[in-house]
Design a protein around this ligand. Structure first.
Ligand SMILES: Cc1ncc(C[n+]2csc(CCOP(=O)(O)OP(=O)(O)O)c2C)c(N)n1
Ligand SMILES: [Mg+2]
Length: 403
């Protein structure tokens, strides 16, 4: 075997070599100052967007940010077990959810709070999850939104499997001579730059390509996977990977709500035509900590945060609304007031929540009765009965929260 000349790459040199420049264009429709820019591929997909629509998008983005701030405070005050901030990713999340239909199934990771709100999940419902009061969070069927997935990338095969299933159902109906009259439903799999390196994500992309699955892989590249920078995760922009599997990949400015909406509309239209999967890489930034258990000052520079602060997606849309559409200050003030009221209600709802009993956990292991779980439950109840004060055993979930 012929050996390759030259120094062995070390972990150090490979990790810090940076991301190779790509010829793939980065799509943008609103520049850093909120002025409209033209994009041959995407501009046609925003023609029908009205000022009302833009105001809705602004409301949704600021609502998510306000709830996010409240989430951090609540965790600091001992009312949540953990909080996962989304600050900075509002355009990527709202811009990709808004163009979906209620019949499209979404598979989030764990930071997609704005996606959940846009899908009708109440902020307090989400908070209940981060308080440790629920085993899941919400009814996935009601919102057509799968539950949060903390095991990185594992929602990707679920999403692709679901997408393949919808396409197979359609084919079965056609074969039976009763073709469905509705358009193909799309499935969206959300994950991050870090998760994109998981084996399951690669396997999902191979399957999706092989079976033309109606799925959109929506990657929020927020530049960090906890303390690992993007340059360590990939030698190339993630959108370029799609070509290797045989489908289209788009790079968009993920802090530009119009570009994200347009790219998502473009991708969904293609997916609904049965042309297979699409990948969108939304380049954005996690402005806060990874979670409330993390301290980003330990691994990234203040200058980097300041640089990205200038690209704030909410400020950009606000500037656009003001300058291009003459939206008055009173609109922004009213929205801020509505968001404060919402945060206050959410806090009150959270503090009034009744914690589940420890024994309830046995109910959620299997859907059907199970002999082993029933025996363990009985053993637990017997153990608990041995204490004079039942709360001495484990306490309730709420007592655990403030500890
Ligand atoms: C399979 C697996 N490995 C490791 C972890 C620990 N972990 C949690 S979040 C995270 C970083 C994920 O980064 P990214 O995918 O970029 O998403 P982000 O948190 O930036 O939104 C890691 C390594 C995990 N949850 N699951
Ligand atoms: Mg990340």
């Amino acid at each position: 075997m012929k050996t390759v000349e030259g120094p062995e790459p070390t972990m150090e040199s490979r990790s810090h070599a940076g991301v190779v420049e790509s010829t793939l264009p980065k799509h943008q429709l609103l520049d850093e100052r909120g002025a409209v820019t033209e994009d041959d591929l995407l501009s046609p997909y925003t023609q029908d967007i009205t000022v009302d629509d833009l105001q809705h998008l602004y409301r949704s983005m600021t609502k998510a940010r306000r709830v996010d701030e409240e989430g951090t405070s609540l965790q600091r005050q001992g009312q949540l077990v953990l909080w996962v901030p989304l600050k900075g990713q509002e355009a990527a999340q709202i811009g990709s959810t808004w163009p979906t239909r209620p019949t499209d199934r979404l598979y989030p990771s764990y930071r997609e709070h704005a996606v959940a709100f846009e899908r009708g999940v109440e902020p307090s419902e989400l908070m209940r999850y981060f308080r440790g009061h629920t085993a899941g969070g919400w009814d996935p069927e009601k919102h057509n939104l799968n539950l949060y997935t903390v095991v990185l990338g594992s929602q990707a095969p679920h999403a692709v499997g679901y997408a393949m299933g919808t396409a197979l159902d359609r084919k079965a109906a056609e074969d039976a001579g009763t073709p469905l009259e509705t358009e193909l439903e799309a499935v969206v799999a959300y994950f991050g730059d870090g998760a994109s390196t998981e084996g399951e994500v690669h396997e999902s992309m191979v399957f999706a390509a092989s079976y033309d699955a109606p799925v959109l892989f929506f990657i929020q590249n927020n530049q960090w996977a906890i303390s690992v920078p993007f340059a360590t995760q990939s030698r190339v922009p993630l959108a370029t990977r799609a070509a290797g599997y045989g489908f289209e990949g788009l790079r968009v400015d993920g802090n530009d709500i119009l570009a994200v909406v347009a790219a998502t509309r473009y991708a969904l239209a293609k997916i609904r035509r049965g042309e297979g999967p699409v990948l969108i890489e939304a380049e954005t930034y996690r402005m806060g900590a990874h979670t409330t258990a993390d301290d980003p000052t330990k691994y990234r520079k203040r200058e980097e945060e300041d640089q990205w602060g200038l690209l704030d997606p909410i400020e950009r849309l606000k500037e656009h609304l003001r300058t291009a559409h003459g939206v008055a200050d009173s609109f922004f003030e009213t929205v801020a007031q509505e968001n404060d009221d919402l945060a206050r209600r959410m806090r009150a709802d959270l503090l009034a929540m009744t914690p589940p009993e420890f024994v309830d956990r046995f109910e959620h292991v299997y859907a059907e009765p199970h002999a082993l779980v029933a025996a363990e439950r009985a053993e637990y109840l017997e153990y608990q009965a041995g204490f004079e004060d039942a709360s001495d055993v484990h306490g309730t979930a709420a007592e655990g929260v403030g500890a």
